[in-house]
Design a protein around this ligand. Structure first.
Ligand SMILES: *Cc1c(COP(=O)(O)O)cnc(C)c1O
Length: 344
């Protein structure tokens, strides 16, 4: 029972009822929400459930609108499961390392123990290690696929183990799925009521500034998220911009195609350079590059005005820089800078 996983205060919650929830439909006079009546583009509260946006996403992804939560970036969709399922000071979550840093930050903020299990050297899950850290108070498992910062997709059989056997919520973060050769887990949404899949407008869609994240899950989980979220968590400017980009899917597809071509090019060229030890396989829009002298290479690039992400001190990433695939000219700049770099 999903109910057994939910914090008692959240189960008992009487959610805030906003004016826009109590009346839906069309009217001539709206005097229910204490808004300024003089029309501008933004004088009315936005749709708290973002139905128009969800309708387009549902059609695109082949899911029901009631299986979608939209939030202020994936950040909100990562934080809400902690607030819904995890009792502070009692419950815990399990995740592999290295992975996306927000999971631990949200755990720490919510006073939830974060159990980090090192991956295998090939950045696949240490399934036995993770199983050993799961106990009766483990409410969430985070799996990022393709994983940040390693770039690889996780093995489906490993993810499936959690979906079949873990009694808590398995959260699969697919922020980079558009760049992956692996299919999305959305196809399994109806089969696993305790799975949550996260996607975002920040990467492939090129909309990082509008802060719009998607969570897909069973209807019971989505209902809980709607009850706990801030009533108007996605503002009208973001909703309008989302509708605009969802009407231009070809633009996103074109950008993804170019980034993938550039990723292959960047990999091939970096592989010929003296300062590069190895490049890990990537299913994302970035490369994890092991160099012989990470800190100095990082500083050298910085001086040339090129900012990469130094992952030298991250679990299993010793010597590694994470490089996002840029435009063709940006990628050329990175390559020519590194070509001139002399290992000190
Ligand atoms: C970039 C990224 C996100 C996106 O976060 P937003 O809050 O939606 O911008 C989510 N998960 C991972 C693993 C990421 O790398």
């Amino acid at each position: 029972m999903l109910k057994d996983l939910v914090r008692p205060n959240i189960l008992a919650l009487e959610p805030y009822s906003c004016a826009r929830n109590e009346f839906t439909g069309e009217a001539r006079v709206y005097v229910d929400a204490n808004e300024n009546p003089y029309n501008s583009d933004v004088n009315r509260y936005p749709d708290p459930l973002q139905i128009a946006v969800k309708r387009k996403i549902a059609a695109l992804k082949g899911v029901r609108e009631t299986q979608i939560f939209l939030g202020n970036g994936s950040d909100e969709a990562i934080d809400l499961p902690f607030r819904i399922f995890c009792r502070p000071g009692i419950d815990n979550v399990v995740a592999p390392a290295p992975t996306y840093g927000m999971y631990q930050v949200c755990a720490d903020i919510n006073d939830i123990e974060y159990r980090s299990v090192p991956m295998k050297p090939d950045f696949q899950l240490d399934l036995e290690g993770m199983k050993a850290r799961i106990d009766d108070n483990t409410k969430l498992v985070f799996l990022c696929s393709p994983n940040n910062p390693s770039g690889n997709a996780l093995r489906w059989e490993d993810i499936q183990w959690f979906l079949d056997n873990f009694r808590g919520i398995t959260i699969v973060d697919e922020a980079y799925i558009d760049f992956s050769s692996q299919p999305s887990l959305l196809r399994e949404l109806d089969r696993y009521p305790r799975m949550m899949v996260l996607q975002t407008f920040s990467k492939a869609w090129g909309q990082a500034a509008i802060r719009l994240g998607m969570a897909f899950a069973g209807e019971e989980i989505i209902r809980l998220m709607n009850n706990v979220k801030y009533p108007y968590n996605v503002n009208i400017l973001t909703q309008k911009q989302a509708l605009r980009v969802l009407d231009n899917i070809a633009d996103k597809d074109k950008a993804v195609k170019e980034i993938l071509q550039q990723r292959d090019m960047l990999r091939d060229r970096l592989n010929t350079l003296e300062c590069v030890d190895r490049i890990y396989p990537s299913d994302a829009n970035f490369l994890l590059v092991k160099v012989y002298d990470a800190d100095n290479t990082y500083k050298y690039l910085l001086k040339r005005g090129i900012i990469v992400r130094n992952r030298n001190r991250v679990t299993l990433c010793k010597g590694c820089l994470r490089i996002t695939v840029g435009t063709p000219s940006e990628n050329e700049e990175i390559i020519s800078a590194l070509k001139e770099y002399k290992i000190g």
